[in-house]
Design a protein around this ligand. Sequence first.
Ligand SMILES: C[S@@+](CC[C@H](N)C(=O)[O-])C[C@H]1O[C@@H](n2cnc3c(N)ncnc32)[C@H](O)[C@@H]1O
Length: 177
Amino acid sequence: MVELLAGRSVVVDATVGAGGHAEALLRGGVATVIGVDRDATALREASERLASFGTRFRAVRARFSGLTEALGRVGVSSVGGAFFDLGVSSMQLDRPERGFSYRGAGPLDMRMDDDPGPTAADVVNDYPEDRLANVIFELGEERRSDHGRARRDRRRSGASAPRRPPPRPPDVPGHPY
Ligand SMILES: C[S@@+](CC[C@H](N)C(=O)[O-])C[C@H]1O[C@@H](n2cnc3c(N)ncnc32)[C@H](O)[C@@H]1O
């Protein structure tokens, strides 16, 4: 990644997180890195980490969907490259209070930023069943998202449930399942 982008004048790190990749880009010869993230905590940490690069690093709070507009706000109209490291950051996973942790107990929050807005607990408790099934289908790519509903419909109609093998556990070392 660094080899590919080295020598470019302006590169957007669209998921700057804690700033690890941005630091590698700056050390690798990119003149200026615009670090974008929707998470204000991540931006603060990246800014502290990269303070020694001075104006070569600029932090911008935005979502991917508002990237062009956000770059416009800081006077950037063209870039030499953009980098996306999609997902959640280790910082988000490691803090149980954010609600992403697999190990530590925490609230069912899972918001990517500190904007007011529904938490995961609000979503699972308040969304109507159809909407929840759609979210799981669309965003979780789970084809059986309405399985529970189908099972209830079958029970009501007196039909018996089809037999399926239990889902295969994922091949992830250390995974609790
Ligand atoms: C895998 S982490 C990036 C880690 C980073 N490359 C590093 O070196 O620390 C992904 C980051 O993308 C951010 N993110 C997730 N969805 C986003 C969105 N829709 N818009 C902007 N940032 C987003 C998260 O807040 C997180 O900090």
